[in-house]
Write a protein that binds this ligand. Structure first.
Ligand SMILES: [Fe+2]
Ligand SMILES: [Fe+2]
Length: 331
């Protein structure tokens, strides 16, 4: 098993399946037998099974899977299946964010993201005001599906940008990847957070049993990032991520202070309060502003990326709150 300098696994074992789609994909990755043609069209585009299958397919482009040959990343049968999965997911996202005719300018959409609800009842508000340490640990585990690969999905867009937008975009990504210091890579900061919270810091340790609502935010950014045709959506997604991060991270930091949580856990969010206030400005003006000026045809895609981000993040929020309302513990 490959491990990082702290001894954490960096490649995960394939998870158990949770339906026909994930089962077919896992079986072909495990023993190489033909994938067949599992039916995608009738499945729930946000459901556990489709989202897990998509997550597994995308992971071939990130760290791969233990025991699966790396060159199966380009297995035509798997790529064709992935295309069917992502078309079904993307069609649902398009439908749910509404028609492009209704989109405002990217500038207006970004401004909307800054409007904070006075009486918010989302996860970060609960964790700030009354959430328990166990609820924080649930959130950490579900967010580990992204934060242990934080900034990687957006990095796919780098070769697809040019000029001023590219220079500014890379400056933000450079910070996310630690600015040249391994111990400051945000992925590593999150692994440290998991260890400090007595959770498993191994890569994708919490993928087993993760619900579709926890997988969809990561799958959406992989989908955007891996398609040149969706580079505008990737930029919009990163802009939405950076604009909404400082207030959300501040709420989580306040909750961790209220609970006197380990300093390592607080540090991850403190870093995001500070760094993302700068990243937000860079994204707004130097990335989105410059991209839309240079390629005005991409503005609708930038807005789509912002709205898609909100759609899957809202679902994540509702999913986690419903787990808590049922009195269930995730980890
Ligand atoms: Fe970050
Ligand atoms: Fe950031």
């Amino acid at each position: 098993m490959l491990a990082d300098r702290r001894g954490h696994a960096v490649t995960a074992e394939l998870p158990p399946s949770c339906g026909a789609l994930s089962s077919a994909l896992i079986e072909t990755l495990e023993d190489g037998h033909p994938l067949g043609s599992p039916t995608v069209g009738s499945s729930d585009p946000y459901g556990d099974d489709l989202q897990l299958a998509l997550y597994i397919a995308y992971e071939m482009h990130y760290a791969g899977w233990a025991g699966v040959p790396d060159d199966r990343e380009w297995d035509p049968e798997i790529l064709t299946f992935r295309r069917e999965l992502e078309r079904h997911f993307l069609d649902a996202v398009h439908t749910d964010v509404g028609p492009a005719d209704d989109f405002s300018s990217a500038h207006t959409e970004m401004n909307r993201l800054c409007v904070e609800p006075a009486d918010g009842d989302g996860v970060s508000f609960i964790l700030r005001d009354s959430g328990s340490w166990q609820q924080f640990r649930d959130m950490f585990a579900m967010r580990s599906l992204y934060h242990l690969k934080e900034a990687d999905p957006h990095a796919w867009a780098i070769p697809r940008l040019r000029g001023a937008a590219k220079a500014a975009y890379v400056a933000v990504e450079f910070d996310e990847f630690g600015g040249g210091r391994a111990e400051a890579v945000h992925q590593e900061l999150f692994a440290d957070l998991l260890a400090a919270a007595d959770l498993r810091p191994d890569y994708l340790a919490y993928l087993d049993g993760a619900p579709g609502w926890a997988l969809a935010p990561v799958n959406l950014m992989s989908l955007f990032g891996l398609h040149r045709s969706l580079r505008g959506a990737t930029v919009g997604h990163l802009a939405a991520t950076e604009i909404t991060s400082p207030p959300g991270s501040q709420r989580l930091l306040s909750g961790l202070e209220r609970l006197d949580a380990p300093e390592t856990c607080r540090h991850f969010y403190a870093e995001h309060v500070e760094a993302d206030a700068v990243h937000e400005q860079i994204l707004r003006h130097d990335v989105v502003g410059e991209l839309v000026r240079a390629e005005p045809d991409l503005e609708a895609d930038v807005v789509f990326g912002i709205r898609g981000f909100l759609l899957v993040e809202d679902a994540f929020d509702r999913g986690l709150r419903s787990v808590w309302e049922q009195g269930t513990v995730l980890v």
